[in-house]
Write a protein that binds this ligand. Structure first.
Ligand code: SF4
Ligand code: SF4
Length: 173
């Protein structure tokens, strides 16, 4: 169902600016999230997906790359094998050079910004990038109510998610 939502074009904001905005609106957004979790509106996915389409049709991730610069993905074994193959490296050498195990026992890149982020914000391994990179920022996935807290956290990194939340509060609060 087309809802004909009209979003304003997202303006780029740095992670520092987004953190300030998210902190300022934290109480209001947390109470909104709590309400949504309880109500689980049936049309939530439709609304969020439409906002996602609208926002990303107007905003180019190459003007941002906040996610690649500051958070980085969790990597699966398959991601690591694929990346090692892409770079023509042995998996063990790739692991030694790029990967560490974090406090949750997940594989992550050793460094931020991501070692494969180029100076023009292109990704050196784009065709073989980790699954988590393909899915971020998750605003087009099903059952959005399950990732409300994660998405609220992502408002500190992603200017589009921050704007989607702003719009959602206007539409559904
Ligand atoms: S692999 Fe590519 S898309 Fe993923 S964080 Fe690194 S630069 Fe960004
Ligand atoms: S997904 Fe969000 S944080 Fe990542 S580059 Fe695109 S707009 Fe920026």
């Amino acid at each position: 169902m087309q809802l004909n939502i009209r979003m304003k074009k997202t303006e780029y904001k740095s992670p520092e600016e987004l953190k300030t905005i998210t902190d300022k609106t934290r109480a209001e957004t947390s109470s909104f999230v709590k309400k949504l979790k309880k109500k689980k509106p049936k049309n939530l996915d439709n609304i969020v997906h439409e906002l996602h389409e609208e926002a990303f049709a107007m905003f180019d991730c190459l003007d941002c790359a906040n996610c690649c610069k500051t958070i980085g993905p969790r990597l699966t074994d398959k991601d690591i094998d694929r990346l090692a193959k892409h770079l023509k490296m042995k998996t063990s050498d790739f692991m030694d050079q790029y990967i560490l195990t974090d406090e949750d026992n997940d594989f992550v890149f050793k460094e931020h910004p991501c070692p494969f982020l180029l100076s023009d914000n292109y990704c050196l391994v784009y065709e073989n990038r980790p699954k988590a990179c393909r899915k971020y920022p998750h605003t087009n996935r099903k059952r959005f109510y399950q990732i409300l807290d994660l998405s609220h956290k992502n408002c500190e990194t992603c200017p589009v998610v921050s704007d989607i939340f702003k719009e959602l509060i206007t539409l559904l609060n």
